[in-house]
Design a protein around this ligand. Structure first.
Ligand SMILES: *[C@@H]1O[C@H](CO)[C@@H](O)[C@H](O)[C@H]1NC(C)=O
Ligand SMILES: *[C@@H]1O[C@H](CO)[C@@H](O)[C@H](O)[C@H]1NC(C)=O
Ligand SMILES: *[C@@H]1O[C@H](CO)[C@@H](O)[C@H](O)[C@H]1NC(C)=O
Ligand SMILES: *[C@@H]1O[C@H](CO)[C@@H](O)[C@H](O)[C@H]1NC(C)=O
Length: 214
C-alpha cells in the first residue's frame, strides 16, 4: 500500500475551471466504429476520439506543445507545429521518462514504522539491497511526452460550439517530476459519474507534461 507513498504525497493537483466547451466538433453516424467517432478541430490539428465508453468520449494523447527536444529542452513549452495532413488518433501511448529515486526503498521501510510509533532508526532498520535498482524502461517512455487526454461526456460534446460552457477538471498527476503518468490514476469515468450525480456535467483533462513545468 505504501510502495507509492512518496508519489502520492507529492502533490496531485485538481482544479475545476470554467471554459467554453470544445470548439469545433463533428460526428459521423452514431455507431461506435473508429470512422464514426467524433473529431475536434484544434486549429493546428484535427483529433479524433479513440473510444466511446458508456457515455464518455476518450480523446487520448493530444499533442499540446512542440516536442521538448533539442533547442526546446528545458525551455518553456513551444506551440505545436501545424499538422492537418492526417486526422490524429492518439494511438501512440507515451509517458515521460520515469525514474525511481534511490531513497524510495528506504522511505518504504521508514514511513510505515514511523507512522506506527517507531522513532529510533539505524542502518539495520532499512533494506537497502533494493535501492538504486534499475528496472527495464517502459517502451512508452519518451521525452516527446507533452500530451493530454481529454474525457468528454457525450452530452457536452453534442452541445459544443453553441455557446454553452462546461466545467473542466484538470488533473496534474503527482510523482515529484520523476514518475507517474496522466493515466496512472485510472479511468476518470467514476469522477464524471459522481459530478453528474450532483447535476453537473464536466470534462476531465489529464496532463502528461509536468516534467516540463520544472
Ligand atoms: C468502460 O466503462 C466501465 C464503467 O466505467 C468500466 O468498468 C470499463 O472498464 C470501461 N471499459 C473500457 C474498455 O475502458
Ligand atoms: C502528421 O501527423 C501524422 C499522423 O500522426 C504523422 O504520421 C506525420 O508524421 C505528421 N507529420 C509531421 C510533419 O510531423
Ligand atoms: C539498531 O536498532 C535496533 C532496534 O532499534 C537495535 O536492536 C540494534 O542494536 C541497533 N543496531 C546498531 C548497530 O546500533
Ligand atoms: C530487500 O529487498 C529485496 C529487493 O526488493 C528483496 O528481494 C528482499 O527480500 C528484501 N529483504 C528483506 C529482509 O526485506
Amino acid at each position: 500500500m505504501l510502495s507509492n507513498s512518496w508519489a502520492t504525497a507529492a502533490a496531485s493537483a485538481l482544479l475545476w475551471i470554467s471554459v467554453p466547451a470544445v470548439a469545433q466538433s463533428s460526428y459521423g453516424s452514431q455507431s461506435n466504429s473508429s470512422d464514426s467517432l467524433p473529431t475536434v478541430d484544434l486549429g493546428y490539428e484535427i483529433h479524433q476520439a479513440s473510444s466511446l465508453n458508456s457515455t464518455n468520449y476518450y480523446f487520448n494523447n493530444i499533442r499540446y506543445a512542440a516536442p521538448p527536444l533539442g533547442e526546446n529542452r528545458f525551455r518553456a513549452p513551444q506551440p505545436p507545429a501545424v499538422n492537418r495532413s492526417e486526422i490524429q488518433t492518439g494511438d501512440q501511448r507515451r509517458i515521460c521518462p520515469q525514474a525511481s529515486p534511490a531513497w524510495q526503498a528506504i522511505a518504504n521501510d521508514f514511513v510505515p514504522e514511523y507512522l506506527t510509533g517507531q522513532t529510533e532508526f539505524n542502518q539495520s532498520s532499512f533494506n537497502t539491497s533494493s535501492s538504486g535498482s534499475s528496472s527495464t524502461p517502459n517502451p512508452a517512455e519518451t521525452e516527446d511526452c507533452l500530451f493530454l487526454d481529454v474525457v468528454v461526456p457525450q452530452s457536452i460534446l453534442r452541445r459544443s460550439g453553441r455557446g454553452y460552457g462546461a466545467p473542466v477538471l484538470v488533473w496534474i498527476y503527482g510523482g515529484g517530476y520523476t514518475a507517474g503518468s496522466k493515466s496512472g490514476s485510472g479511468d476518470p469515468a467514476g469522477l464524471i459519474a459522481r459530478s453528474q450525480d450532483n447535476g453537473d456535467d464536466g470534462v476531465i483533462v489529464s496532463d502528461d507534461g509536468q516534467a516540463e513545468l520544472l
